[in-house]
Each structure stands twice: as structure tokens, then as C-alpha cells.
Design a protein. Structure first.
Length: 638
């Protein structure tokens, strides 16, 4: 290719901002005979100035002119790199930063109309009826979360760039992100005499208070109010003898409070009088779940004195005792995904899994699945480092310990601890729940006999020092690798299955495009399913087209937005204000040589070489000089 005339089939405008001085107008191409002088003028001579010869593997094999097609000069051996550098350097000049929005941000308050300013508020807004949370996916100067336009060690208005793999709550097609559950259990099944369905969960950390818990549980068809949601904590399991890692497992520290619970959730519901019910569901996998239901006379609560152990609830009859569930429930937490790739419900996930697919050799396209594989010691195509302590949705001990039975005990990042309670075994007498201690009575019988209002509270074996940092900060330094429970060698193999079962949302995910000059890039979405920006905004306002069908992988910001017609029109106006007129009218640096686009074959004409191949037909986009085109670009269908 080096010897070919550059741009031989393309017209170069004599006022082209880069190549105008070399234009061969009125002929095609440039006034130089080959690519050689262009490379010599633009590229460092260490990449081309040599008489040495190389083979296809870039091994030095001699010197002088090449004797056959298997021998290459240094310029030829480096041609792919040189070509890539040339394209890269050219593209760095194509910075679209003179849109009305850019002018407004630089201080020109009149650059945006009132409608465009109102549309920007909708773009940034976070609440239903007020905004679309567009900024969550289309952030930064490039208006896309799939780009990192600055280095990590550089200060930036956009903040720290996200990593290739992040963690988020799953969308449900109805609720805004803050109302989505962080941890929850969902499903339906028969637990003894009760038909239970729906979901119960916690929006923050699982706890016994109703402020951050909720759900839509029904019991025998009747709606219930979820009053609390807890998840049991598992601890370091013994190392199986048949699975020996290449190194001894790192010491995690002994657990002070080692329970034998499984992957289970315990939630309290109020389904009407006479009693609230506590439902325990153990998620053992499809068809093997078990459940318990018992009456709650007095709910459990936190201790009413410093350092005290949470007091136990008072229970009535057990209505179902560790019975097999006729159905299935799934315990879930935040999921991993590829930064800048989302499933927004354009089409059913099954039609195109997007980044959730594999390449022709079976390798995952998704960074998330590659990272999962790397945690298990599998070589991957891409190599990269993930620091989970930086995730916006970080691991936390209260919830994630359920999913990782061997990973949290003894970690430096876990700053809580269970300490031995000096009052255990035993209890104390109190003047009612929350009242002062009555030390005169040292046993339950004398306490309860002394006054009907006195209660005896049993002491637990441990007290909790409630100091848990969910993630590291500069003030709270720690080992980033410890934020992930036992993922890398040496590791506790009790987590192997947990790693393999880590929740992900990558199927049906597609890359977030830039919104700069978006009005010129229709039709929209990966399948071209929406023709205009108005249709795009209507799509988001209704919460997508297949959000419920794609719920297993749905982005958290896909839900009905409840925007008015005016708000939708204003948002479209703002999106059009992201168009740079230099791009629209192809002015420098966005001018270009003529471009030949394959446009089918010339009917009835074949090559005169006996091959039977049709003669290619081309459509030409005319060359444009630095001054631009008199006929500016229009949007799709305009």
C-alpha cells in the first residue's frame, strides 16, 4: 500500500484544512506519488529510516531491498502502527465544543433559549415528574458514561472516572433508583398452609426498623405490610480437602460470632390482626427452598442500654416449621455490570444479548464476565484491575456476607466486631421495655413477680461494636483488595460458588452513545428503532418498551418519568442545543475529502475477469473545504 497514490479515488478540496496544499484538483488525490513522503514528513524516523529487513513476525532477517512478499522494510513492518497513529492524531482534532450548550457553560447566558434551559433542568432532574436522570448515563464532557476523557490523577469537573466494572441496583421498571431495594428476596410459593408471593427487601442495609424496608408481599392473596427485613450472616467455612489452592489460604481471623445460617432472609409482615408474622426463607436453589412462619407477639428490637445485645422477640405459635417450599424464592443484592453499557428495554434481551455475548472463540465480550473468570484463575483476553472499594454501590458486611460464606471474617476493612458480653449467660430486670434496670431482682421469676410492668431481658453472648465502614476513603485508608471477600489466590474456596453466582446485569446491554450532535445521528438506539428525538424522549418517558420483560438485566433509571408534554419538548430542545454548527455544516476541522460509500452493484454488469463478480456501485459524498458546505446536514427524515 505504501507505493499507492494517496486518496487516488477521492477528490481533495483545494481549501481542505489539512490537505488543501497538496490537493491535485481538478484531479483526484494528492500531488505526492505515494504514502512514503507523507510518512517521512510526519512520523519519527526511528520508525522507518533503516535498511534492515523483517519477516511477518517482525523478526530481523537481513538488510537491503525486499526480495519477496515475505520480506518487509522497517516502514512496511510498522505500517499498521503508523496508520493507527495517523488516525488517532487526526481524531484528536475533531473536538466538538462550540455548541450553544458549550457557549452557555462558558458564560454566555443568552446562548440557550428558555426552552433549552428548561430542558437542561429536565436532563439533570432526578425525581419523577421533574427530570429524566439523563445525566446518570450521559455524563461528562462527552455526554456518555462509556468514555473516560481524563486521567485518574487529574482533577476534573466530572470527578473520578468509573472503572470498567461497577455495581448497581437492579431496575424494576417502576421505581426510581433510591426506591429500589439494595437487598431483597422475591418469588412465590407454598409455605405450609400459606401461599406467599411478592418481594421484601431493604433499600439500604437490612434492619429491624421499617424506615428503609418494604415490599409487596401477599399472604393467601391478602396484601401485607413489610415491617422489617434481615439477612443472616455466614462465616468462614473449613477448607475442603479435595480443593487445595496453589498456596495456603490467607489467615482471615477467627470469627467471634460464628453462626450456621445459610443464604436466608427473615422478614416481618403485618397482614392484619391478631398477630404480625415472621417469615424465614432459605434460598437453597430452585425447587429446594425451605421456609418457616411464626406469630410475633412482641417484635425483636435493639437493646435499651449501652453495649447491650438486641433483645429477642416474643413469639407465639409456629405455623410452618422449616418446610419445603412449593415454589421458588431468590435472594438478591446489587449486581455487577460493564460501565457505560445498559439494558434499557429497547427490545427483548433474548433477541440480542449485546455485550453479554461472546466472540467467535467463546470469550466473553463483557468486562464483568471476564473479571469473574479471572477471579477463578481463568486467563482472559483483556487484562485490567478492579478496585471494588471504589464502587458507588460498595460491598457491605450486613448484606453481602450472606452471599459470600467465607469472605468477611477477619478482613481489615470490616471495622465492626462482636465482643464477649460479660453479662452472659443471664439477663437483667427492667422497668418495662426501654425503662431503667431494676438491679434488685436477679432472676426472671422474682423480676416478673415483683411488678406486672417489669420485664426480664436475656443477655446475648456477644455485644456489637457498631462501626462499619462500607468503603475506603482517603481518611479511612485500607487495602482495596480486602473490599472483595476472598476473590483472589490465596482464597477461601467456600466462596467459589458465590463468585460463580455473582449477580450480573450484562445481557442485552449496549454502549451509551455520546449526545453531542445527537440530532444528526438518527435513527436511534442499537436497532434504529426510533426515528426522531421526540420518539426517543417518549420512549424514556413511558419507561422503555420491554422493561418488565428485561427486568433481570434492567438499568435502574428505566421507569416511567411522568414528564409533561412541555417538559418533553423542552428536553428535545436541549438535546438539539448540543449540536455544534461546525459539525452540522462540515466546517473546519470537520471538513473532509470526498468519501466513497459502497452502494450495491451496477445492475447487469460484472467484472471482465471471468469471476462473475458484480461491479461495485459507489455513492460519493463530495469533498468539503475549511469553509464548510452551503447545504448543512439535517436530521434523519428531515
Amino acid at each position: 500500500m505504501l507505493s499507492l497514490p494517496p486518496l487516488a479515488l477521492q477528490r481533495v478540496h483545494h481549501r481542505d484544512s489539512v490537505l488543501g496544499g497538496l490537493s491535485a484538483k481538478p484531479a483526484n488525490g494528492l500531488t505526492v506519488a505515494s504514502y512514503v513522503p507523507l510518512i517521512q514528513a510526519a512520523i519519527s524516523d526511528r520508525f522507518w529510516d533503516s535498511d534492515k529487513l523483517f519477516d511477518e513476525g517482525k523478526n530481523e532477517i537481513g538488510s537491503g531491498p525486499p526480495a519477496n512478499t515475505g520480506e518487509f522494510t522497517l516502514m512496511e513492518a510498522n505500517f499498521a502502527m503508523i496508520w493507527g497513529l495517523a488516525i488517532q492524531l487526526y481524531e484528536t482534532t475533531l473536538i466538538s465544543d462550540e455548541s450553544p450548550f458549550d457557549q452557555f457553560m462558558e458564560g454566555n447566558s443568552s446562548a440557550l433559549s428558555n426552552s433549552e434551559k428548561a430542558g437542561m433542568e429536565v436532563f439533570l432532574g432526578a425525581h419523577k415528574g421533574q427530570g429524566g436522570r439523563c445525566i446518570n448515563c450521559h455524563q461528562g464532557p462527552a455526554f456518555t458514561g462509556a468514555a473516560a476523557p481524563f486521567f485518574e490523577d487529574q482533577a476534573s469537573e466530572a470527578g473520578k472516572p468509573e472503572q470498567k466494572v461497577e455495581r448497581m441496583r437492579k431496575g424494576d421498571g417502576d421505581n426510581i433508583e433510591e426506591d429500589l431495594f439494595r437487598f431483597f428476596i422475591s418469588g412465590e410459593g407454598q409455605i405450609g398452609p400459606f401461599s406467599v408471593s411478592g418481594q421484601a427487601g431493604a433499600r439500604e442495609m437490612p434492619n429491624i426498623w421499617p424506615a428503609t424496608v418494604g415490599g409487596d408481599i401477599t399472604l393467601n392473596g391478602s396484601p401485607c405490610t413489610v415491617k422489617s427485613f434481615l439477612m443472616n450472616q455466614d462465616r468462614t467455612a473449613p477448607f475442603p480437602e479435595d480443593m487445595i489452592p496453589p498456596e495456603p489460604p490467607e489467615t482471615r481471623g477467627e470469627s467471634n460470632y460464628a453462626d450456621t445460617s445459610t443464604k436466608d432472609a427473615v422478614f416481618r409482615v403485618d397482614c392484619g390482626p391478631p398477630f404480625e408474622l415472621e417469615i424465614t426463607i432459605v434460598d437453597n436453589g430452585v425447587g429446594t427452598d425451605t421456609g418457616t412462619i411464626r406469630q410475633v407477639i412482641v417484635p425483636a428490637g435493639y437493646a435499651f442500654f449501652p453495649g447491650g445485645y438486641p433483645f429477642r422477640g416474643v413469639y407465639g405459635a409456629t405455623l410452618a416449621d422449616d418446610v419445603d417450599i412449593g415454589g421458588d424464592f431468590t435472594l438478591q443484592g446489587p449486581a455487577l455490570y460493564d460501565t457505560g453499557f445498559y439494558n434499557i428495554g429497547v427490545r427483548p434481551t433474548s433477541e440480542d444479548v449485546g455485550v453479554g455475548g461472546t466472540d467467535p472463540w467463546g470469550n466473553p465480550l463483557s468486562f464483568t464476565r471476564q473479571w469473574q473468570a479471572s477471579l477463578l484463575g481463568t486467563d482472559t483476553v483483556d487484562t485490567f484491575t478492579i478496585n471494588p472499594s471504589r464502587w458507588d454501590e460498595p460491598f457491605n458486611w450486613f448484606g453481602d456476607s450472606v452471599f459470600f460464606p467465607g469472605g468477611f471474617a477477619g478482613y481489615a476493612w470490616m471495622t465492626h466486631d462482636f465482643e464477649t458480653n460479660p453479662f452472659f449467660p443471664g439477663g437483667a430486670c427492667f422497668d418495662g421495655f426501654g425503662g431503667p434496670q431494676v438491679p434488685a431482682y436477679t432472676d426472671q421469676a422474682s423480676c416478673e413477680a415483683a411488678d406486672p410492668g417489669f420485664v426480664w431481658i436475656e443477655q446475648g453472648p456477644f455485644t456489637l461494636t457498631p462501626q462499619v465502614f462500607e468503603y475506603f476513603t482517603e481518611q479511612n485508608a485500607g487495602r482495596g483488595d480486602d473490599a472483595v471477600p476472598a476473590y483472589a489466590f490465596p482464597f477461601n474456596v467456600a466462596n467459589l460458588q458465590a463468585i460463580q453466582d455473582m449477580p450480573t446485569v450484562v445481557d442485552g446491554n449496549f454502549k451509551v452513545p455520546t449526545l453531542r450532535n445527537v440530532e444528526l445521528t438518527g435513527p436511534f438506539f442499537h436497532n434504529g428503532g426510533q426515528a426522531t428525538l421526540e420518539q426517543v424522549v417518549e420512549f424514556y418517558n413511558r419507561g422503555g418498551d420491554f422493561s418488565k420483560q428485561n427486568e433481570a438485566n434492567l438499568a435502574p433509571d428505566i421507569h416511567p418519568l411522568d414528564l409533561s408534554n412541555k417538559q418533553q419538548k423542552d428536553l428535545v430542545s436541549f438535546l438539539k442545543a448540543l449540536t455544534d454548527e461546525r459539525v452540522r455544516c462540515e466546517r473546519a476541522p470537520f471538513d473532509h475529502p470526498g468519501i466513497l460509500l459502497p452502494n450495491g452493484a451496477k445492475g447487469g454488469n460484472v467484472k471482465d475477469d471471468g469471476s462473475g463478480q458484480a461491479i461495485e456501485n459507489f455513492k460519493t459524498i463530495k469533498a468539503v473545504g475549511a469553509g464548510g458546505n452551503n447545504k448543512c446536514l439535517k436530521g434523519f427524515l428531515e
